[in-house]
Design a protein around this ligand. Structure first.
Ligand SMILES: *Cc1c(COP(=O)(O)O)cnc(C)c1O
Length: 236
């Protein structure tokens, strides 16, 4: 129900985040306009999403394809859709040209499935390769030492286009403790960029969430994925 959305509270939250993004950008000599605030909307209902859109959040990130399918049919705003979570190959058939970025390409089988789907619907999927910088065994992502090889394997696929890298830092109360994760991802992107691999671009770095986005921006993030700081704690 739309009257359950506290628009004023959301307005304040978004304003606060925008100010922090600006401050973090300034601190590191960057232009705040180069940083996309992506609203992470898993479990968030469409009324709250439409309110967020009207407050300037034009990009939504879902981690389940089913939620994208369901919500994208209802939402009557010209938003952009991102897939940020682990993507099963058997769900790829539900993706279409409304997907403006897939953040979580983490294996060859998935790249092949996306490329195949892209050919069927005549669309080139923009993708980021997820890298497991922290090395946590619970996290998805390509190991840093295998990144170049992986990129070489997928660079010939005509219906996906690599735009950069994504990582998820370990959960922590102290974002300084995960600064190295963001710094390492940036360095990987710089190193790959130097190699000038065909059809591979490193223009986007998707890193930083509600608890650590300022640190991520200081280290070069171009997309911060923010859920709870905008929409409140998630109720599963
Ligand atoms: C849930 C999620 C986020 C957002 O997390 P918050 O801490 O609520 O901002 C960002 N990225 C990914 C991949 C997620 O699954």
């Amino acid at each position: 129900m739309s009257n359950s959305v506290d628009v004023e509270k959301m307005r304040e939250s978004i304003l606060k985040i925008r100010k922090k993004i600006e401050a973090a950008a300034e601190k590191s000599g960057r232009n705040p306009d180069d940083i996309l605030l992506l609203g992470v909307t898993k479990t968030v209902d469409v009324d709250a999403m439409q309110a967020a859109f009207d407050l300037g959040i034009k990009d939504f990130g879902e981690n389940r394809v089913q939620e994208f399918v369901k919500k994208s049919d209802i939402i009557n705003r010209e938003c952009r859709w991102h897939i940020i979570g682990r993507l099963q190959t058997n769900k790829v058939k539900y993706l279409d040209n409304r997907i403006s970025l897939i953040h979580s390409l983490d294996r060859l089988k998935l790249a092949e499935a996306l490329d195949k789907r892209g050919k069927i619907i005549d669309y080139v999927f923009p993708v980021l390769v997820q890298v497991n910088v922290s090395g946590e065994s619970t996290k998805a992502g390509i190991e840093p030492e295998n990144l170049k090889n992986f990129l070489l394997q997928i660079s010939k696929m005509g219906n996906i286009k690599v735009k950069g890298l994504m990582t998820i830092a370990p959960y922590t109360e102290d974002s300084e403790a995960v600064r190295y994760v963001f710094r390492n991802l940036k360095q990987l992107a710089v190193d790959i960029d130097r190699e000038r691999l065909e059809n591979i671009s490193m223009e986007e770095l998707s890193m930083g969430m509600s608890g650590d986005y300022e640190t991520a921006i200081e280290e070069g993030s171009t997309i911060v994925r923010i859920g709870s700081a905008i929409f409140g704690e998630r109720i599963y």
